[in-house]
Design a protein around this ligand. Structure first.
Ligand SMILES: [Zn+2]
Length: 313
């Protein structure tokens, strides 16, 4: 159980400008904001634009517009698209990610290996695309080979234990979930899991709020933190994995329903109240708690007076 007052809470909103933000994103941001503000913590806006192929300026603008629409403020981060591009883009930190990967390769030569598998090759071998069976590891290709991705070798039976604020003790079989996952893509750019760990450590993040669907990612990042020099601090991060939001009738919205949000929640909803209602529902609060963000915050404070978030869900 996590007492809100026991550690300084530093958290972040981490949207990706690769699509318009949907209800699920808005629910996650609102939950993160409520938890951080209730704890008197510090909130960063940390935009993940590692994947520039799917980046569009309209998506970047939509992030700022959605936060304003939701009424969510933050303490550190870009003030707008131009400030983001100039001072906060992950593209500025590619050399830092690369230096850490090179140091990791030297520190753990048996963990990282070059993988030359193509999608077609993996399909031919009858394994899931994205997972290398380890044959490349035995082939011992050089890591400086062009067009080779780097993978981390996850030994069989690697179980990662997560003490989650919402879910309690969770055990993830990393070998089965992600296998030998990619840490550096074929184009030489660090993979999401690496950049995410480095950014969280750099910002001093102590608390991460994310959906249950990201549990395997959390496991991969916790495991990776021990393999990446200087990133051990990530293992102290506390996690709050929330259920994927449900409709008022308790019905789970499918991935396709969420993904159908072509124009984004700001364009599709009449008001942010639909988001506050979804948050209240997730936290088991009555609908009257969701008339506005301030009412929601107040109801949570009343309920959690001296209590923990963990006991509410
Ligand atoms: Zn391979």
């Amino acid at each position: 159980m996590w007492q809100l007052s026991s550690i300084p809470v530093v958290s972040r909103l981490a949207p990706t400008p690769s699509g318009f933000l949907h209800l699920g994103n808005a629910v996650n941001f609102t939950l993160t904001w409520l938890l951080t503000r209730q704890a008197g913590g510090t909130l960063h806006l940390r935009i993940d634009d590692l994947d520039r192929a799917r980046f569009r300026p309209a998506y970047l603008e939509n992030i700022f517009r959605t936060l304003e629409w939701l009424g969510l403020d933050y303490d550190y981060g870009p003030t707008g698209p131009a400030d983001f591009e100039r001072n906060f883009s992950q593209q500025h930190r590619l050399p830092e990610y690369e230096a850490t990967l090179q140091a990791a390769r030297l520190a753990h030569p048996r963990v990282f290996y070059a993988c030359g598998c193509s999608r077609t090759e993996l399909a031919r071998q009858g394994v899931l695309a994205g997972s290398c069976p380890g044959t490349c590891r035995h082939a011992a290709l050089t890591l400086s080979a062009p067009k080779a991705a780097w993978r981390a070798h996850v030994p069989s039976g690697s179980i990662v234990t997560i003490q989650d604020m919402a879910q309690g003790l969770v055990q993830i079989d990393l070998t089965a979930e992600l296998g030998n996952f990619v840490v550096r893509k074929k184009d030489g750019v660090a993979a999401y899991q690496v950049a995410s760990v480095l950014d969280d450590v750099r910002l001093g993040v102590t608390c991460v709020v994310r959906g249950l669907d990201l549990l395997p990612s959390t496991a991969a990042q916790l495991w990776l933190a021990s393999q990446l020099p200087g990133q051990e601090g990530f293992r102290q991060v506390q996690f709050y994995h929330h259920a994927l939001f449900t409709t008022s009738s308790g019905e789970k919205l499918s991935k396709s329903t969420q993904a159908s949000s072509q124009r984004g929640i700001v364009e599709e909803a009449d008001s942010p109240q639909v988001v506050y209602e979804a948050v209240a529902h997730l936290l088991g609060l009555p609908e009257q708690a969701a008339t506005s963000l301030s009412v929601l915050r107040e109801r949570i404070a009343q309920r959690h007076n001296g209590d923990t978030w963990a006991s509410s869900v």
